[in-house]
Design a protein. Structure first.
Length: 175
């Protein structure tokens, strides 16, 4: 059965320019190599990634279909109290410059060292704030996915367009 961290790992693989070994991927995602391996295996069974014959490359069409049509139902966000954290969804790039920020507190992944206050929004995986701050492209993927998980209709539409564009660009980069 697919877990949220499987989507997290698949997004990192999609965002990466090159295929990294499990140990490097694990370090970048702040996970153990065995945990990354298990995520890759489940993502392959769910057809989000291709198998070992295709070097575990992302199945961009399958990934896009799942993210746009199934993610918000499979992994709805959990919101919490006002907290310090890292901005996500419409409050993070690339949507931050496309959507006017309202007066309500922005969604943030809880993170003690975060620089923004907002409403807690649980990420797909607990280490997302650390991993996202290390990799701006991965951060954009995660923020767009969060907008799809919990955004208003306009936010979801813009996020869908941006996510499709980024997935196509990533697909073009892959050998």
């Amino acid at each position: 059965m697919l877990k949220p961290q499987d989507v997290y790992v698949a997004l990192k693989i999609a965002a990466a320019a090159d295929r990294a070994p499990y140990s490097q991927l694990a370090a970048e995602l702040v996970m153990s190599p065995s945990e990354v391996h298990a995520c890759v295996q489940r993502a392959e069974r769910s057809q989000l990634l291709h198998g070992s014959k295709m070097n575990h490359r992302p199945n961009f069409k399958g990934l896009e279909e799942f993210l746009l049509h199934g993610l918000r139902y499979a992994f709805p966000p959990e919101r919490g109290e006002l907290t310090r954290g890292v901005a996500t969804s419409y409050a993070a790039e690339p949507l931050r410059n496309m959507i006017a920020q309202g007066k309500e507190p922005a969604p943030v992944w809880p993170y003690e060292q975060g620089k923004q206050r907002g409403i807690a929004f649980q990420p797909l995986y607990k280490t997302a704030p650390v991993a996202a701050l290390r990799d701006p492209l991965f951060y954009e993927f995660l923020a767009l996915v969060d907008a799809l998980r919990d955004g208003r209709i306009r936010e979801r539409q813009i996020a869908e367009t941006e996510l499709r564009r980024r997935l196509r660009e990533a697909s073009d980069r892959k050998p």
